[in-house]
Structure formats: structure tokens, C-alpha cells
Design a protein around this ligand. Structure first.
Ligand code: NAP
Length: 277
């Protein structure tokens, strides 16, 4: 009998039953014929500090992290990447052989790769981006837009103070505008990104005026349930190039899978279909 360990990974959240990540990683493990398992891990906030450091003892090589633990896991990590530090949250953990926990944030990577794959001729440096929302996902989006060289980021949020904090963290290329002015800013932007939870199943619709959207503008919604949000439907009717939120979820999973299971996986239509099924 072989004593070779089968690598385990999972997604830590609370609740976690809704997560599509197990389906996504199971698809890649099967596709590449790799030994390994990826499981949902429902861990309550008061148990996080006790359980996460012990996962390596029972065979885990890493984990994704989702709501509500993305900030709290930073306190459990021995090493934190610069991008996770800048964002202030982690979504990917690596349990290293030396016992150290390494924390990274791949949401910004997933966001950029999703747009690049859908719109291969995207030129980020050509004009301003408008970001709606200033929560955790917005931090990853703004950090990656600054990093990739977008010249100006117009940022708007219902709670203006939260947007102001992002400007303090990410610098002068970020310009905060009032939530009620979002409809005007839509006209100026080459890229519009919804990072709010508005438009998600069970949440109110995103109701900012969209008649100023110019044909050719790239419009990306981070919401992926439903896949085709009202924002994307209206944008498409006005001749915009639309990018749904599912691709970001798929692409953000790539770096973790590669580190844990040793193969860089590909995001393609078959994967999308498997995750949506
Ligand atoms: P979060 O930190 O809770 O932020 C929520 C954002 O939505 C805030 O900007 C909040 O504004 C805004 N908002 C909520 N209700 C609103 C309302 N009634 N009117 C106006 N603004 C409202 O959440 P998050 O982690 O950033 O996630 C945001 C969305 O992105 C979720 O739908 C999530 O599923 C999605 N997401 C998708 C991916 C992906 O891979 N596609 C990855 C991460 C997140 P206030 O500050 O004023 O409350």
C-alpha cells in the first residue's frame, strides 16, 4: 500500500453550501487526471483561529476563503503577499511544507484576466474606468486597475466615506464622485464595473441612469447570479461590450489550483458550462 498523501484543498466560508468552487476544482482535477479533493468547509467565525492552523495536519495543502473570513484569515497567516496587504483581505491560502501559512488575494488577477479573455483588444491605458461600489471586491478591482495602468479611476459608492478611504489607500488616480452623479460619469468611462451587490438575486436592482453609456464601452458586472444582470442587458442594447462576473470567479481560482495540485488549469467554455450546470 502506498503512503503517498492525496492533497486536499477546500473553500472556507460561513455559510458555504452555495459555493460553486467545489464544482470548479472537481472539474479541473478530473480533466487533468490529478489525485486530490476539494471540499466546502463551513467554519463559524469563532472557530476560524482554532481550525485553520490545523488543516495542514489532516492533509490540506491550501484553501480558498470567502465571506465572512477574507479579512480575518490575514491574522492567521505567516506570510502575506503585497497585493493581499494592499487589498486588506485574502482569498487564497497555501499551507507550506515548513508549516507556514501563506495568504494571497487573486480576486484582482481574476478580474483582469476575465476582461482580457472576453475582450482581447482591451487597452486599459486608453481612458478612465468607472467603479461602482467600495466594498471588499472594489478594493481588489481598484488595486488591479491602478496596477495595470488605467489613467483615471472614477469611484462612486452609496456611502461616500468608504470610497474616500479607497482613494487614500490607492492614490491620486482615484477620483471620488457622488453616488447621485454616477449616471454622468458613465458617459466618460471606457470601462464600467459594478462591484456592488445590486442586481444580485434577492437584492434590489442597480438603478443608476445608463442612457449615457457609449457604444464600445466595456461593461463588467461582478455579480454572476443571475449571469445576465439588468446592467449587462441594458449595456448590450446600447452597443457596449459586456463581460459577466462568472469569468472572474473562474480565473481567480487558477493560481490556487496551480499551487496546490501542480498544474496550471485553463478557463474555457467547457469549464463555464460545468460550473453553471
Ligand atoms: P461588500 O464588501 O459587502 O460591499 C458591498 C457593496 O455594495 C458596497 O459598495 C455597498 O455600498 C454596496 N451596496 C450594497 N447594497 C446597496 C444598496 N442598496 N445601494 C447601493 N449600494 C449598495 O461586498 P463585496 O465582497 O465587495 O461583494 C460585492 C459583490 O461582488 C457581490 O455581489 C459579490 O457576489 C460580487 N463578487 C463577485 C466576485 C466574482 O468572482 N465574480 C468576487 C467578489 C465579489 P455601501 O458601502 O454604501 O454599503
Amino acid at each position: 500500500m502506498s503512503d503517498e498523501k492525496i492533497p486536499l484543498a477546500g473553500v472556507i466560508g460561513h455559510p458555504i453550501a452555495h459555493s460553486r468552487s467545489p464544482r470548479l476544482h472537481a472539474y479541473w482535477l478530473r480533466k487533468y487526471g490529478l489525485r486530490g479533493h476539494y471540499v466546502p468547509l463551513d467554519i463559524a467565525p469563532e472557530k476560524l483561529g482554532d481550525l485553520v492552523p490545523r488543516l495542514a495536519d489532516i492533509g490540506f495543502v491550501g484553501a480558498n476563503v470567502t465571506i465572512p473570513h477574507k479579512e480575518a484569515v490575514m491574522d492567521l497567516a505567516d506570510l502575506i503577499t503585497d497585493r493581499a496587504t494592499l487589498i486588506g483581505a485574502a482569498n487564497t491560502l497555501i499551507f507550506r511544507k515548513d508549516g507556514k501559512i501563506h495568504a494571497d488575494n487573486t480576486d484582482g488577477y481574476g478580474f483582469i484576466e476575465n476582461i482580457r479573455q472576453t475582450i482581447p483588444d482591451w487597452t486599459p491605458k486608453s481612458g478612465p474606468a468607472l467603479v461602482l461600489g467600495a466594498g471588499g471586491a472594489a478594493r481588489a478591482v481598484v488595486a488591479s486597475l491602478v496596477d495595470i495602468g488605467v489613467p483615471q479611476i472614477l469611484l462612486t459608492n452609496r456611502t461616500r466615506a468608504r470610497a474616500e478611504r479607497l482613494r487614500e489607500d490607492f492614490g491620486a488616480r482615484v477620483q471620488v464622485i457622488d453616488w447621485v452623479q454616477a449616471g454622468n460619469a458613465v458617459e466618460e468611462a471606457d470601462l464600467v464595473v459594478n462591484t456592488t451587490s445590486l442586481g444580485m438575486t434577492g437584492k434590489p436592482e442597480l438603478r443608476i441612469p445608463l442612457d449615457g453609456l457609449r457604444p464600445g464601452t466595456i461593461v463588467n458586472d461582478l455579480v454572476y447570479a443571475p449571469l445576465r444582470t439588468r446592467l449587462l442587458t441594458v449595456a448590450e442594447e446600447q452597443g457596449c461590450r459586456v463581460v459577466d462576473g462568472l469569468g472572474m470567479l473562474l480565473h481567480q481560482a487558477v493560481p490556487g489550483f496551480e499551487r496546490w495540485f501542480g498544474k496550471r488549469p485553463v478557463v474555457d467554455e467547457n469549464l463555464r458550462a460545468a460550473v453553471l450546470r
